[in-house]
Design a protein around this ligand. Structure first.
Ligand code: SF4
Length: 368
């Protein structure tokens, strides 16, 4: 397949666009984007639900290639990934738009942006790889908004990074069709998938998406080499009931096994759900208890100070292998090749040498 970067062109309005591959023409004259289950059917000039993919002529183009809403070096634990190169810095960025419509979006200024001004920063894949290397980042993360919608840019960045030994991380809602998903994840080393709830009703009313498509992605990832963890943002009164949490954890156990890390993180009122209170810490602890009782071995609370709920316990001997406080590593007892220092039991994840010492810092950076 021709690589998207070979298909650069600049439009009369000065915007750089790239051709994309996952679409087909319909008999009624519209063109359907096949990247995600929304399957937008577009007339000439029309943009998809995500805003960044657009029909131009008889094809779909990506209008945000090479553009970003800004860059930051974060701790990898912020993605959150607790079992992937712990303690290391990750160069993080997003673009604009999103293919979900979450009413509670915690990054809505980026994901709902219709303003190209949001994309003030620009960088080529090579510039990003060089910058990540210069700043000592072990990985680069596509985050803040969903990389599904800018997959051509993300894949080219991942390739440029891999050529320098830097890994690629996707933070995604997992709402993607099978063919583009297979292509996308061939370029990705680790992912955090947002499982927003465990009811079709929640997905349809609050995210304008479908739960079964996200579960398909989780099942797909289980059969790949991509390291992945799962996050659920608990929203009081909407997705935090005992029964729903039990069903979610039972599904994860049955389809992904006991070793997939699960993060329950705290919601803060935002976007169109400002009338809902923040998540009480007790709700996070209750959810964690339910998940542990279901048999999941690595369950974490997030967006709170809770060292007990953020500790990795060795399944072999019960020792505290990693104690965390928010994004800080308080203590670390895993060998360079990923084994418990006390008993030698393998701790699932990706380990390569000692833990990093980046801490909780968040460092905004300019690339170009
Ligand atoms: S990626 Fe965007 S344009 Fe394509 S189907 Fe999804 S929302 Fe529509």
């Amino acid at each position: 397949m021709q690589r998207p970067t070979e298909l650069w062109r600049t439009r009369l309005d000065g915007m750089a666009v790239v051709a994309t591959a996952h679409w087909h023409r319909l008999e009624d004259g519209r063109v359907q984007c096949d990247v995600c289950p929304r399957n937008c059917r577009l007339h000439e000039g029309q943009r998809g639900f995500c805003f960044v993919r657009q029909r131009e002529g008889d094809e779909i183009v990506l209008t945000t290639y090479g553009r970003s809403s800004g860059f930051c070096v974060d701790p990898i634990e912020k993605k959150p990934l607790n079992h992937f190169l712990p303690g290391t810095p990750v160069l993080s960025f997003g673009t604009a738009g999103c293919n979900l419509g979450c009413r509670f979006c915690q990054n809505w200024d980026i994901s709902k942006s219709r303003e190209i001004d949001t994309l003030g920063a620009s960088a080529s894949p090579e510039q990003l790889a060089v910058a990540a290397e210069r700043m000592g980042c072990r990985s680069i993360a596509f985050t803040y908004n969903d990389p599904v919608i800018f997959m051509e840019y993300a894949m080219d960045i991942a390739d440029a990074c891999r050529a320098r030994g830097i890994k690629a991380v996707a933070v995604s809602a997992g709402y993607m069709n099978p063919a583009p998903r297979e292509e996308f994840y061939r370029h990705i080393d680790a992912a955090n998938i947002d499982l927003k709830a465990f009811s079709e009703q929640f997905y349809q009313k609050i995210t304008f998406a479908k739960l079964d498509k996200v579960l398909d992605t989780l099942s797909y990832l289980r059969g790949t080499d991509v390291w992945f963890e799962v996050t659920t943002l608990l929203i009081p009164g909407h997705n935090d009931g005992d029964d729903e949490l039990r069903r979610q954890c039972d599904w994860l156990m049955e389809h992904l096994g006991p070793d997939v890390p699960l993060h329950f993180s705290a919601f803060h009122p935002d976007f169109k759900m400002r009338d809902v209170p923040p998540t009480p810490p007790a709700t996070l602890s209750r959810a964690r208890r339910i998940a542990l009782d279901a048999g999941l071995r690595f369950v974490y609370t997030g967006n709170v100070h809770d060292p007990g709920g953020q500790t990795t316990t060795c399944p072999g001997c019960g020792a505290a292998a990693v104690v965390r406080d928010w994004y800080d590593l308080v203590s670390y007892a895993i060998t360079d090749d990923g084994r418990c220092e006390s008993c030698g039991h393998a701790i699932p994840g990706v380990y390569d040498g000692p833990a990093g010492a980046w801490g909780r810092r968040r460092l905004p950076v300019t690339i170009a």
